[in-house]
Design a protein around this ligand. Sequence first.
Ligand code: GCO
Ligand code: MG
Length: 403
Amino acid sequence: MNIVEAKVIVTCPDRNFVTLKLTTDDGLTGVGDATLNGRELAVASYLKDHVCPLLIGRDASRIEDTWQYLHKGAYWRRGPVTMTAVAAVDTALWDIKGKAAGMPVYQLIGGRSRDAVTVYGHANGATVPEALEQVGSLLDQGYRAVRVQAGVPGLEKVYGVPTDRAPYEPAVAGDRPEEATWSTAKYLNFVPGLFAAVRERFGHDFHLLHDAHHRLTPIEAARLGKAVEPYGLFWLEDPISEELQEGFRLIRRHTTTPIAVGEVYNSIWDCHQLITEQLIDYIRMDVVHGGGITHLRRVFDLADLYHVRTGSHGATDLSPVCLAAALHVDIAVPNFGIQEYMPHTETTNAVFPHSYRFADGLLYPSEEPGLGVDIDEEAAAEYPYRQAYLPVNRLEDGSLHDW
Ligand code: GCO
Ligand code: MG
């Protein structure tokens, strides 16, 4: 079962995606998501120029060895570009192994630990009433967990909160990033009231989540965590910038609000201290940016030892290939927490035919052999790449700020 072709497909069905497709000499194919939002072509080049040539002739069944070969063998390890490329290869190899075995991938990694995958949906309102309306609509659709974000009075734009009721899509097409203005003081004065309004209207019988997008200092995050304790958040996500793992100790000392971190992490070395010191409650690494199924399982196993549960990132810039793979991991690992879910557009779904399904607040992985997702190359070819960037965030005095 040797690899005979490795193809990198870049397409933009409403947003950019990079996909690796591997073919073996016995005619099996496997796909892996290689999308790194706003830096897509760097991964495409890393794959095309440096990785694909090494894959030709390799035994597709040797998943672990290929992972180690691309990681240890590269000398330059880790980082988002490298790990996204390695993830794409790894995911495609698991897809092939599942097809070769005639089993869905979750069966190869231990089988089901649960019946379905609980997901959280997104309520993003320009105002509090709009956010409440969206919470109501998600609860009506059967969601059992909702992330709530809202526009902050006095700030023109807030990341992830569309002003025109358009679906959430943070990357903006153009030849340079948009710039937004941020004020932590305005945000901190406003946001506890948002959760108070949500709980007052809809009660406590569903999970409430919130993302602070890395914008606070540890002591500000501690203040926010304390202030929102009465509203019983499932988690407060990315309260501070993620590089300094010790930074989370200060938050932990002050609040019992659960903390979730990890969408920008790429390897176990980014989060091992957070996990082993029990500074977080949920690790949010995902298949595409966390080194593939092989590496993500290693991170999740470490997390399990320390009572940390999973909560994989699942925004729309992670393609249906990544979501399909995530669901196989989610259904199998013992310490699953929750999965982020933002439905892709019709156009995206048409390019990536898949058989996972959503019902009543839950996602079900595919039962087909492999991952149960593919790329329609003809359809993909109709949507050429468009340059797009995530926005840049500045304070009111013009200083560049974390996000
Ligand atoms: C989330 C995220 C996204 C990311 C985006 C980056 O929790 O879903 O914070 O909004 O910022 O996926 O590419
Ligand atoms: Mg986030």
